[in-house]
Design a protein around this ligand. Structure first.
Ligand code: PGA
Length: 232
């Protein structure tokens, strides 16, 4: 694991620069992207000078909410990134939650196994989740339907969801570990305690993000508020 701590004012630009640089070298890369509050400033910075038009993008997870609901991850991705791009990514794989959910998860897994996932970018939930791999998610978990922790469910309301979702579909921990590189992006003092747990405590499914430490190529990009004592 590599930990990069960036002053809060530079964090979004630093992430944007890194993503740009991956896509300069590999413009047709396949990327997994997260949504939520954390990536918003990063995407905003990135869209000032985007180079994602040849890339494939897969959405990390999705709440089981009616299509078009403003709190859905695909709605957030559209608002925070896609609508600000002059050209969309060449391929975009989101989740169809109007279908049978298990079948949709199987289709997503098949889609993922069809090529290299060059980079998976994930945020960190206050309860240690990544994607919606809630506490207890094992290292070998794959794309699947999950019951949401109550804090995650309520959190969707802050994204604009019309109701608190009970379930989500998500890439599993194993899917993320199969990516060539993983970035865990973390900002804000409210994430300091959970980040410390992820980085310092024994690796455990109780804190799913800690399982990413088994990856050879994990980069944690934290702002100084989230890093706290890790600041260096
Ligand atoms: P946030 O959510 O970026 O809105 O804090 C992160 C997450 O729950 O994965």
């Amino acid at each position: 694991m590599q930990l990069e701590v960036v002053p809060q004012v530079n964090w979004a630009k630093a992430c944007a620069r890194r993503l740009r640089s991956v896509l300069v070298n590999e413009p047709a890369a396949r990327l997994c992207l997260p949504t939520g509050a954390t990536p918003r400033p990063f995407y905003d910075a990135y869209t000032k000078q985007p180079n994602i038009d040849r890339a494939s993008v897969v959405l990390l997870d999705e709440f089981v909410l009616p299509s078009g609901d403003e709190g859905r991850c695909d709605s957030m991705l559209r608002r925070d990134l896609l609508d600000k791009l002059p050209e969309p990514p060449a391929h975009l794989r989101t989740w169809d939650t109007d279908q049978d959910l298990d079948d949709e998860c199987d289709r997503m897994d098949t889609w993922l196994s069809d090529g290299e996932l060059r980079l998976a970018i994930v945020g960190l939930g206050a309860n240690g989740h990544v994607g919606t791999n809630e506490p207890g998610s094992p290292e070998d978990s794959r794309c699947r339907v999950v019951d949401l922790a109550s804090s995650t469910s309520r959190g969707a309301l802050s994204y604009g969801a019309s109701v608190a979702p009970a379930q989500a579909v998500t890439l599993g921990i194993a899917n993320l570990l199969e990516a060539s590189e993983v970035w865990l992006i973390v900002t804000g003092a409210h994430k300091q305690a959970v980040l410390r747990t992820v980085v310092e405590d024994p690796i455990s499914p109780a804190v799913p993000a800690s399982l990413l430490r088994t990856h050879q190529n994990l980069l944690v990009i934290a702002d100084d508020a989230a890093a706290g004592d890790f600041k260096r």
